[in-house]
Design a protein around this ligand. Structure first.
Ligand code: GLA
Length: 740
């Protein structure tokens, strides 16, 4: 059984990991183990000497041996002499803020728990067991229900928290972590993914020192600057070995991760809504649900950890019916035309796209209202047929008649001051009535904390999608949020605005994706500024970054791949010189870099020569032949792009087909050919290299690797496919000159 409860011991077991908690004699829920399976109660490791300046609970009488400050706690409240960072902090009606949580009850559920209004993981074919442990503060009558669900095959434990106010008065939640985890030892590195616009999810690895280390977003979206996911790893852990714990928050708003190393070298990790920009008034008999956190453990390094998260996303997080489907190869007109297009130009691009056998044309920003620059028009979602020079329906029909699908860009959450919407509803903008709001990209934010705004947007986009034959939507969000203030809420509740805004985004995404399940949605926030588990629950793919430069993209996609499967990665071939970096790379290199993703083009196809268009056609055909691998396969990072070589492998689950792609960005004179080692192939298997028929053993590919060419180019791209063969007569003779 994945969940067992016996004499106060809770064991959550996945295929390869064990998570344990135990109630002690004071009714405190201790965290006792997370790691490999051990088949026993790990409480025996608990060792608590008397530590000076550690308080002792009243009922411990004069014993100095029991202190909450030293124990590994499952979900610590604050203010009761545990001086580490609390998981939850509540201000009671009497103004006090201590929260002493003791075990009350538990329940095992034969289904996945759900979180009202929030995206969360779900069961598909097999049922998932959940555990609800109720802790209670007996003085203030606050209940904290800890929720856990076990995804055995994926080695993932999902968790969340429900806070229930059973006191007679409202209370204020000042902080609520979705998870807290105490480790009794402190020998870890933290790996996190920082960045900026057009340079998202750069991997950084730092040793944990004493004190507190935190990453956060206070921008109202998960952000380009920090992704809500991180890894704790043994200092010696690598891609292929060592212990690594992954944590991911299924949330798209402001968040905080804290990692604290205490005086005993213990580590506490908390992750949840960012507390300095949040509070929540919880009325009596009401509940607050924290966003979900996913945790996974691997004893085989980051590669295995990533595979576990990728499977989790594909099997239990992305709810769109497109999750397992081949996605259309698209041409997006943004970098081809920016705001300067008409219907004729779009149809010319469509003609070229048809020649190159692409699947879909996406009309990006600029098709509505007075939107001819990024200073105006946002909010007026009425097609500018004058600009198109033809009825919208005619444009769509003509594109469909060319055998292409039709996609459209929208940015529902924003408004330009120069728009009908703003002139009619200035009160729908998020800003304090006594302060003028900050502009960003010259636009303001609509107050999606206000249900009226959500209803309005639902109406607008429901009409757009019902009245027009649209196959795909790119849902963009192009600024960080500031001036958090919802005019509907009383002053005491203003700190709820950020979270309510995200709940409004989820509500709108939920309504539109449920009403239009056949429309493929792609998320975007100035590229990957809100690429997180929360948005991927609704949208099966995400525009990974506005930076399409092949070199930079290998870094961005490297970081992104630690948690998010490549089937979610929006990746396109764009023009050279690249619009973000000015770099010139070959079409082949750009195609190779865009392969581990949803694939498409972001350039003016009408400007390509016939030969180039032919190359696009071939690239697209090759991509299609690999789509099954990309959607269902396992992805491995074979090298860190920091080394000057970006290399990755995609294999199907049965390891019958293996694709290895590499880009060498730097070539130094008088060196050997770079060698790339493959990953995770069954010992004893034989593979034929498709390009030249050479037969390799799996062990040779893993331990010997393959040699990359040595062309004197700055951006040489290499790709090799291997297919598994059964025939033993191909087994290479160890004594002969084998040509690895
Ligand atoms: C954002 C997106 C781009 C494009 C523009 C349009 O920057 O990331 O892909 O859609 O907006 O304004």
């Amino acid at each position: 059984m994945p969940i067992t409860v016996q004499d106060g011991l809770f064991s959550l077991t996945t295929r390869d990991s064990l998570y344990q908690m135990k109630v002690d004699s004071y009714g405190v829920l201790n965290h006792t183990w997370y790691g490999p399976k051990t088949d026993m109660d790990m409480e025996y490791l608990e060792d608590y000497p008397e530590i000076s300046f550690s308080g002792n609970p009243w009922e411990a009488k004069f014993s100095r041996m029991y202190s909450l400050n030293d124990r590994t706690l499952e979900y610590p409240g604050g203010g009761i002499s545990d001086y580490r960072t609390p998981a939850v902090s509540i201000i009671h009606a009497d103004g006090s803020s201590s929260l002493d949580l003791r075990y009350e009850s538990c329940k095992i559920l034969d289904h996945k728990y759900s979180l009202p209004g929030l995206p969360s993981s779900f069961e598909r074919e097999h049922s998932v067991q959940s555990l609800k442990i109720t802790l209670k503060d007996y003085v203030h009558n606050i209940f904290v229900h800890l929720l856990y669900a076990v995804f055995e095959e994926e080695n993932v434990i999902a968790r969340s928290v429900q806070i229930e106010n059973c006191s007679n008065d409202p209370v204020i939640i000042k902080k609520v972590s979705s998870m807290s985890l105490d480790f009794p030892t402190g020998d870890f590195d933290v790996i996190h993914f920082h960045g900026r616009h057009a340079m998202e999810r750069m991997m950084e690895r730092v040793p944990i020192g004493h004190g507190e280390f935190s990453i956060a977003s206070r921008r109202g979206h998960s952000s380009h600057q920090h992704n809500p996911a991180f890894i704790l790893a043994e200092p010696t852990a690598t891609e292929t070995c060592g212990s690594a714990y992954g944590f991911l928050l299924m949330y798209s708003g402001s968040f905080e991760v804290e990692v604290q190393k205490d005086q005993l070298d213990q580590i506490r990790v908390t992750m949840g809504i960012e507390p300095s920009t949040f509070s929540w008034v919880l009325e009596k008999n009401e509940s607050f649900y924290a966003p979900e956190a996913l945790m996974s453990y691997s004893d085989q390094g980051f590669g295995r950890l990533s595979n576990q998260f990728h499977d989790m996303f594909r099997n239990h997080v992305i709810r769109s019916q497109f999750v397992n489907k081949k996605r259309p190869v698209l041409i997006n007109n943004w970098e081809a035309t920016y705001f300067n297009f008409d219907g004729k130009k779009l149809l010319e691009i469509a003609d070229a796209a048809r020649k190159a056998r692409l699947d879909m044309l996406v009309l990006d920003d600029g098709w509505f209202g007075t939107r001819n620059s990024d200073f105006e028009g946002l909010g007026d979602w009425v097609v500018n047929e004058d600009k198109l020079g033809m009825p919208f329906s005619s444009l769509i029909d003509q594109i469909h008649a060319k055998g292409l699908k039709f996609g459209l860009w929208i940015e529902p959450e924003m408004v330009s001051e120069d728009s009908e919407l703003f002139r009619t509803h200035p009160e729908w903008v998020m800003n304090s009535p006594v302060r003028l709001p900050s502009r960003s990209r010259s636009q303001l934010v609509l107050d999606l904390a206000n249900p009226e705004v959500v209803d309005y947007l639902d109406g607008v986009f429901t009409r757009l999608l019902s009245e027009n034959d649209i196959d795909y939507i790119k849902w963009d969000m192009n600024r960080s949020i500031s001036d958090f203030y919802s005019k509907l809420l009383p002053p005491i509740q203003q700190q709820e605005t950020g979270h309510r805004y995200i709940l409004g985004v989820y509500e709108l995404a939920d309504r539109l994706t449920s009403k239009f399940p056949d429309v493929l949605f792609e998320g975007c926030a100035g590229g990957g500024g809100r690429m997180d588990g929360g948005m991927l629950y609704y949208f099966p793919q995400y525009w990974c970054s506005d930076n399409t430069d092949a070199h930079c993209r290998t870094f961005i996609q490297h970081g992104t791949s630690f948690f998010y499967p490549i089937s979610t990665n929006g990746s396109h071939v764009s023009a050279v010189p690249n619009h973000q970096t000015g770099r010139v790379t070959s079409l082949k290199t750009r195609g190779v870099v865009a392969t581990p993703g949803t694939f498409g083009y972001e350039l003016d196809l009408t400007q390509l020569s016939d030969e180039q268009l032919e190359e696009v056609k071939e690239q697209t055909e090759v991509y299609r032949s690999r789509q099954n691998l990309i959607i269902h396969g396992d992805y491995f990072r074979l090298s860190d792009p920091q080394t000057g070589i970006a290399s990755w492998q995609i294999s199907d689950k049965d390891r019958n087909r293996v694709l290895v792609q590499s880009v060498v960005f730097e070539r130094r004179p008088n060196t050997r050919k770079p060698r790339i080692l493959l990953r995770n192939l069954p010992a004893g298997a034989l593979y034929r290299r498709v390009s030249d028929g050479t037969i390799f053993s799996a062990q040779a590919l893993i331990y010997g690797g393959i040699l990359l060419g040595c062309e004197l180019e700055t951006d040489a791209a290499y790709e090799e496919e291997f297919v598994r063969i059964e025939d033993d007569s191909f087994r290479p003779d160890c004594n002969s000159d084998s040509s690895i």
